[in-house]
Every structure is written in structure tokens, then in C-alpha cells.
Design a protein around this ligand. Structure first.
Ligand code: CAA
Ligand code: FAD
Length: 380
């Protein structure tokens, strides 16, 4: 497979790199510490077209391919995964789903504003008792003729407070199991829709993660995405693409930590020489470089699969599984290479290490990716 980047890809990559250096890096440590949502940075990312990258320009998007999106995710995540997760959720889980499966009215009402970055969205599947086991959700969306009534609680919702539009997956007909689930568009401010407190997290602390509480929230039927009972398939199809975005995020976190570690190893001296001259350190860098390159190829392959219309369930899951492991391994080693300095905030690698962990958990844990992969490779 040819992964040569086009002129356009290189330009987009450079634009994201410059933005990350100039506008994400300043204040990233303070935002992490204060758990401050990157409001200004998100606004700028909207202006740069990063929030609706793959959406057709007629709906306010940038009309780019998935590989461009992966390149941007990688560059942003080298510096600030709290900002890149906003890009990931808005692009992959909100805009993609609406463009692929929404009605024309939904696209006009919501997609145009989401893709241009005027507002941001959230994707609400997980619940206190239904994370990996996503079909066992308890939130209900009862069919009342021309509207649904939603009751229940969603957990861990990224952009939980900063979003204006929420795609909520809920059970309409329990008897039908996953075929009785619907995906509904809920707007902030709808009566009975309450946002719970912000989670105090290990990593991606700038991202606002909240539980959401629904008490008799009335949602018009025209806000249902797709046919009655399509909600679970909608979630699965959307997540398949989302996993490419998170894989690219993991790749970026790993690359960011590796670049910092390599730079540090070339200047820090111990025993009369730069530590890079100690083979134990040089071999760590060799392993990091090799694993990152392998992760990159998996991420680009999954992105290309999506762009060429090939099935990307398998390649996306493999990319996420592998890249998130590489992110964990690489960031731990980057802290090690920095010695004591790695343990303090000023050197950035401890944050990257904390941020890496979430890539093994959200959008399907590593164990869930192995379920997806093993089912895919063993089916007839
Ligand atoms: N595309 C289309 N349909 C799919 C599909 C896919 N990729 N994967 C599954 N389905 C369909 C199946 O075909 C099946 O339908 P049929 O009965 O008509 O064939 C239906 O969905 C149910 O599938 P399974 O029987 O395989 O369901 P399961 O209960 O065994 O669960 C699972 C499968 C893969 C484990 C799934 O539950 C899963 O992905 N769990 C993880 C949930 C997850 O990723 N959550 C992320 C939340 S969002 C988030 O985290 C965002 C963020 O952090 C930023
Ligand atoms: P559980 O499902 O309880 O899993 C616990 C452990 O058991 C895990 O190690 C898991 O891999 C393992 N396990 C479970 N089932 C199996 C099995 N069959 N085989 C082997 N091992 C298994 N969700 C959203 O819907 N929208 C969001 O925007 C969102 N953002 C998030 C942001 C953050 C910061 C976090 C922490 C989570 C977010 N999530 C979001 C939720 C996330 O997708 C879930 O946490 C994740 O899917 C795991 O679910 P769980 O936490 O309930 O863990």
C-alpha cells in the first residue's frame, strides 16, 4: 500500500503542527492542572476547519479525506490530547454520523453548525452499568407518537458541558434487544436535561467529561437518526471510524513523547557523555521509533481503508489496539529517559504518560478491540 503523502496532506500536517506549537503549547500545563477546557483553542480549530474535516463543504465542512484527519489528530496530540479529543469526537462521532445517516433537515439544522465549529457535539453511549457491554443500557426513549421521552443517565461524556448538541443512544423497545435502540439528537437546554459534575481525571484533564441526566426529556421524532431501531448499528458504525481518530491520537501522544525524549537524550550528560551515547538509552529510542513507525502504518492503513471504501472495522480496531499500547510504552520510557525531570510537569512527558492511558480505555477498551479483531478474523 502506498502511504506517500500528497502536497495537500503535507500542507495540512504543517498547518496542524504550527497551530499546535503556537496555540496549544502555551498554557497546556496550566490547563491540565486547572482542568480548564480549551475554549479559545477549540474556537480557533473551528476557524482552521479542524472540527468538520471530512464533511462535505456544502454542510460547512472541509471536504478532506480520513488520512488528512489522522494527520491533524497526530500533530495536535503530540502537544495536547485534551484538545485533540474534542476534534476526534466532533469529527468522527458527531459529524460523521449525522452526515452518513442523518436526514437533510438534521444536516441543515445541526451538521452545518457542528462542522464549521460554531457549536460542538457529544456522543452519548456509555452508562454507569453499560460501558463495554453497550447493548445492556438502561436509558429509555419511549415512543409517544410524534416524540420520544428520554429517562436515564449517561456516563463519561466527552464535551459533556461544552457541547450544544448531543447524540443520545437509548432503548425504545427492550424486547427487541439491540434492534430496539434509537439514536436521538438532544439539544442543551431541553427541559429535564441536566449536566452532572465534571470528572476529576488522571489524564486529558482539559477535556470536560460529565455524566448527563435525563428526566422526562421530550425529543421530537424528527430528531431520530435513521430508521426506528437503527441506534445500536449507528453507534457501532460510527465508533468504527472513531477508533481511527483515537488511534491517531495515541500515535501523536507517542510521537510527542519520543521527540521530547530524543531531544533530551542528546543534551543531558551523565558519566561524562550525553546519555544518548549509553546504549541502554539509545536502544530505548530505537524501540520507540520502530513501534511508532509500525503504529503509524496501521493508522494510515485504516484511514486509507475508510477513504477507499474498504471495510475498516478490522483495520481501525487493530490500529487503536496497537497505537494505544505504543502510546503507553513510549510515554513510560520517555519519562524514564528524562530521569527526575520526567517526573515534573515542566518537561511535558509526565502529562503525555497520563494522557496515553485513556487511549486504551475509551471508544472501546483494548480488550474490546481484541473482541472486534478476533471475531473479524475468525468469521467465515
Ligand atoms: N458495524 C455494523 N454493525 C455492527 C458492528 C459494526 N462495526 N458491530 C456490531 N454490529 C452489529 C452486529 O452485526 C449485530 O447486529 P445483528 O444482530 O443484526 O447482526 C449488533 O450490532 C450487535 O452486535 P454484537 O452481537 O457483536 O454485540 P455485542 O453485545 O457482542 O457487543 C461490542 C459488541 C463490539 C463488544 C460492542 O458492544 C462494543 O463496541 N462495545 C464497546 C463500546 C464502546 O466502544 N463505547 C465507546 C463509547 S464512545 C467513547 O468512548 C467516546 C470517547 O471516549 C471520546
Ligand atoms: P467496563 O465495561 O466495566 O470494563 C471494565 C474492564 O473489564 C475493562 O478492562 C474491560 O476491557 C474489561 N471487560 C469488559 N467486558 C469484557 C469482555 N467481554 N472481555 C474481556 N474484558 C472485558 N463514552 C461515551 O459514550 N461517550 C464519550 O464521549 C465518552 N468519553 C469518555 C471519556 C473518558 C475520559 C472516559 C474515561 C470514558 C469515556 N467514555 C465515553 C466511556 C468509555 O467508552 C468507557 O469507559 C469504556 O467503553 C469502558 O467501559 P466501562 O468504563 O464501563 O468499563
Amino acid at each position: 500500500m502506498d502511504f506517500t503523502l500528497t502536497e495537500e496532506h503535507l500542507m495540512i500536517q504543517e498547518a496542524a503542527r504550527e497551530f499546535a506549537q503556537n496555540e496549544l503549547l502555551p498554557g497546556v500545563i496550566e490547563r491540565d492542572e486547572a482542568q480548564k477546557f480549551p475554549t479559545e483553542q477549540v474556537k480557533r480549530m473551528g476557524e482552521l476547519g479542524f472540527l468538520g474535516m471530512m464533511v462535505d463543504p456544502k454542510y460547512g465542512g472541509s471536504g478532506l479525506d480520513t488520512l488528512s484527519y489522522a494527520l491533524v489528530m497526530e500533530e495536535l496530540s503530540k502537544i495536547d490530547a485534551s484538545s485533540s479529543v474534542v476534534v476526534s469526537v466532533n469529527n468522527s462521532l458527531v459529524c460523521y454520523g449525522l452526515e452518513a445517516y442523518g436526514s437533510e433537515e438534521q444536516k441543515q439544522n445541526y451538521l452545518t453548525r457542528l462542522a464549521s465549529g460554531e457549536i460542538i457535539g457529544a456522543f452519548c453511549l456509555s452508562e454507569p452499568e453499560a460501558g463495554s457491554d453497550a447493548t445492556s443500557q438502561k436509558t429509555t426513549a419511549l415512543d409517544k407518537g410524534d416524540h420520544y421521552i428520554i429517562n436515564g443517565t449517561k456516563n463519561w461524556i466527552t464535551n459533556g458541558n461544552s457541547a450544544s448538541v448531543y447524540i443520545v443512544i437509548a432503548q425504545t423497545d427492550k424486547e427487541k434487544g439491540h434492534k430496539g435502540i434509537n439514536a436521538l439528537i438532544v439539544e442543551k437546554g431541553m427541559p429535564g436535561f441536566e449536566i452532572g459534575p465534571k470528572e476529576n481525571k488522571l489524564g486529558i484533564r482539559g477535556s470536560d467529561t460529565h455524566s448527563l441526566i435525563f428526566n422526562d426529556v421530550k425529543v421530537p421524532k424528527k430528531n431520530r437518526i435513521g430508521e426506528d431501531g437503527f441506534g445500536f448499528k449507528f453507534a457501532m458504525k460510527t465508533l468504527a471510524g472513531g477508533r481511527i481518530g483515537i488511534a491517531a491520537q495515541a500515535l501523536g501522544i507517542a510521537s510527542g513523547a519520543y521527540e521530547l525524549a530524543k531531544k533530551y537524550a542528546k543534551v543531558r550528560k551523565a558519566f561524562g557523555t550525553e546519555i544518548v551515547n549509553h546504549q541502554a538509552i539509545a536502544f530505548k529510542l530505537a524501540d520507540m521509533h520502530t513501534q511508532i513507525e509500525a503504529a503509524r502504518l496501521l493508522v494510515y492503513k485504516a484511514a486509507k481503508d475508510k477513504d477507499t471504501g474498504a471495510n475498516y472495522d478490522l483495520s481501525g480496531a487493530m490500529a487503536k489496539l496497537y497505537a494505544s499500547q505504543v502510546a503507553m510504552d513510549t510515554t513510560v520510557e520517555a519519562v524514564q529517559i528524562h530521569g527526575g525531570n520526567g517526573f515534573v510537569k515542566d518537561y511535558h512527558v509526565e502529562r503525555l504518560m497520563r494522557d496515553a492511558k485513556i487511549t486504551q480505555i475509551y471508544e472501546g477498551t483494548s480488550e474490546i478491540q481484541k473482541i472486534v479483531i478476533s471475531r473479524s478474523i475468525t468469521k467465515d
